[in-house]
Design a protein around this ligand. Structure first.
Ligand code: DGI
Length: 143
């Protein structure tokens, strides 16, 4: 399987619960490596731009308010099949439907406050990584 990169966000609810380390551990234990990471307080414009594809959805306003309600931790994860692997680790969007042992089953509160974001395709990953990181901020994992 090809080595890929994907964008992951630990959302404000999970940051507030102090489970950043536990979530990062799950990525590492699954064989994904962190190629870039930062904590950031998103502005309204940042959140609206990131979720622009959902602009017309009824939940858009609540989603943006939630995403700016506290800092997030944004990382680029790298590894074989990283996009799908991360989606599997995350579980379904609605934590009530998320499989046991997934991040959302274990840490998410609701469909709004659902702990993590992960790119849903290689194309989204490329756009989302570029949204948060300059090329020079992506580190080569050489050892
Ligand atoms: O890729 P996901 O985060 O699993 O899901 P998505 O890209 O379809 O939606 C982005 C976020 O928008 C999701 O994490 C939570 C929110 N969302 C999606 N569908 C609904 C929703 N929020 C509410 N309240 N209701 C929805 O149906």
């Amino acid at each position: 399987m090809a080595v890929e990169r994907t964008l992951s966000i630990i959302k404000p609810d999970a940051v507030a619960k102090n489970v950043v380390g536990q979530i990062l551990s799950r990525f590492e234990q699954a064989g994904l490596s962190i190629a870039a990471a930062k904590m950031v307080q998103l502005s309204q414009a940042d959140a609206e731009g990131f979720y622009a594809e959902h602009k017309e959805r009824p939940f858009f306003k609540d989603l943006v308010s939630f995403m700016i309600s506290g800092p997030v931790v944004v990382q680029v994860l790298e590894g074989e099949g990283a996009v799908l692997k991360n989606r599997d680790l995350m579980g379904a969007t609605n934590p009530k439907e998320a499989a046991a042992g997934t991040i959302r089953a274990d840490f998410a509160e609701s469909i709004d406050a659902n702990a993590v974001h992960g790119s849903d395709s290689a194309t989204s990953a490329a756009r989302e990584i570029g949204y948060f990181f300059a090329e020079t901020e992506l580190c080569q994992r050489t050892r």
